[in-house]
Design a protein around this ligand. Structure first.
Ligand code: SAH
Ligand code: SF4
Ligand code: F3S
Length: 455
């Protein structure tokens, strides 16, 4: 009899990808997804440890799930992801009703762990960094990927920014072989994907074995993927400024399937803060990088992450961040209050910034970033953009798609257009999306998939 699996995903896109792969690995055991934890035979919380708030969500959710588990006899409750890796045993101590705790590198071992939990052998903990790669042992994706799919190509981080837990929760940098990625991409496209976002904690540090055993960089990999017929758009995230090499920068001006959008976190505009963050570059290096990128691809949409209130951040440091934002013209960005994480060097740094100052700085930064985003979106008004339709909207006959610049676009169009590109004239901008009208279809030839007009 089919068993039911409920997975709740927190954190980054890598976790979204991982959750789908956990469902794939459990499918042969008879597990089918449900969106109701009360109906589930197994519940997995795929967790994020990046900031304190993200971590604490796990324990409140576990509290809510305790009566659900008691009600549904035999339910297996599992904690996966980055909190599992970081907290390990501590989770059983704080939440004794949890059966399984396992880290991000062990998902291929899930069937064995589930078997042990089913035999009620007691709590099962697996936070190894196994020598074998989970990617070699995970089955092909069983579920339909959707029009826009994620594909993990690289995992882990060797950068050790002083504020960040990722190098501890995900382990050392590891890149999958080109051939395995191309095969997975073909499989995704054969099942309906038209856009693939390549994922990695440091995706542009990708350095995997190529077809002849040579080391291939991200640009080489993207070239190999661009040859797949039926794949219309390629994106990648998240990049580190230090790993944007000349080949990749150039490719943004050459490869029409590579979309003109780049998420390139800078964190701060102050050199002294960047130094203490161990980012390995200053603000001017970031400016130069963006200038080079825009020489190759003048219309590229730029996105970033910011941290305010890093230990020792002065008013002048913060002003330098605001100045950088004014200058760069970000299309969008994420910004966070610094959150001290156990085990990271920054957590021990002096001169913590008071909470009220952090809050005030975050508010100012977000106001400025909001203006920048609106100014960027306003440039789209009246233009005709190629939009890839991903899903039905909330209203009748409405579809939601994305522009090359990653903006969500609402359009009245026939449902049959899902998975296709349409020429859309942009008529209005809303808080987080654009609205447009259907002008006509676009062929799926690569040259038609991207617009080169300068924004
Ligand atoms: N690998 C990516 C980012 C991964 S985490 C990179 O190098 O940029 C996503 C974002 O969370 C980071 O860019 C940073 O802005 C934020 N972040 C990470 N640790 C944080 C912390 N301790 N406090 C606040 N924000 C944090
Ligand atoms: Fe964290 Fe820095 Fe690695 Fe990004 S590059 S994952 S911020 S340590
Ligand atoms: Fe969070 Fe882990 Fe991703 S800490 S941001 S889920 S890599």
């Amino acid at each position: 009899m089919a068993k039911k699996l409920f997975i709740k995903t927190y954190g980054c896109q890598m976790n979204v990808y991982d959750s789908a792969r956990m469902a794939d690995v459990l499918a042969p055991l008879g597990y089918r997804l449900t969106d109701r934890p009360e109906a589930a035979d197994m519940v997995i919380l795929n967790t994020c440890h990046i900031r304190e708030k993200a971590s604490e969500k796990l324990f409140s959710e576990l509290g809510r799930l305790r009566p659900v588990k008691a009600e549904r006899g035999g339910q297996i409750l599992a904690v996966a992801g980055c909190v599992a890796q970081a907290e390990g045993e501590e989770i059983f101590r704080r939440a004794p009703h949890v059966d399984l705790v396992f880290g991000p590198q062990t998902y291929h071992r899930l069937p064995e762990m589930v078997a042990r939990a089913t035999r009620a052998e007691g709590a099962v903990l697996d936070t190894d960094f196994p020598v074998e790669s989970k990617f070699d042992h995970l089955p092909e994706a069983a579920s339909a990927p959707g029009v826009s799919a994620f594909l993990s190509i690289q995992e882990g981080c060797d950068k050790f920014c002083t504020f960040c837990v990722v190098p501890y929760t995900r382990g050392a940098e590891f890149s999958r072989p080109v051939a395995a990625i191309v095969e997975e991409a073909r499989h995704l496209v054969a099942n309906g994907a038209r856009e693939i976002t390549l994922l990695g904690q440091n995706v542009n540090a990708y350095r995997g074995p190529g077809p002849k055993g040579e080391a291939a960089g991200l640009a080489d990999l993207i070239r190999a993927l661009a040859a797949i017929e039926g794949l219309l758009r390629i994106r990648y995230t998240t990049s580190h400024p230090r790993d944007m090499d000349a080949d990749l920068l150039r490719l943004h001006g050459e490869e029409a399937k590579l979309m003109p959008f780049l998420h390139l976190p800078v964190q701060s505009g102050s050199d002294s803060v960047l130094e203490r963050m161990n980012r390995g570059h200053g603000a001017d290096a970031y400016r130069e990088l963006v200038a080079t990128l825009r020489r190759h691809r003048p219309d590229i949409a730029l996105s970033s992450d910011f941290i305010v209130g890093f230990p020792g951040e002065t008013d002048e440091d913060f002003e330098a961040t605001l100045a950088l934002v004014e200058e760069m013209g970000f299309a969008q960005a994420f910004s966070f209050k610094y959150s001290p994480r156990p085990g990271t060097p920054a957590a021990l740094m002096p001169d913590a910034v008071p909470e009220a100052v952090k809050a005030e700085r975050l508010h100012r930064l977000q106001t400025l970033l909001g203006q920048s985003q609106r100014a960027w979106n306003a440039k789209m008004l009246g233009r005709t953009l190629p939009v890839l339709f991903e899903q039905a909207g909330r209203h009748r006959n409405q579809l939601i798609g994305r522009s090359p610049y990653w903006q969500a676009v609402h359009v009245e169009a026939p449902e049959a257009a899902i998975g296709d590109l349409g020429q859309i004239r942009i008529l209005a901008q809303h808080r987080n999306s654009l609205a447009g009208e259907w002008i006509g279809p676009i062929g799926t030839s690569p040259s038609a998939t991207s617009e080169r007009a300068c924004a």
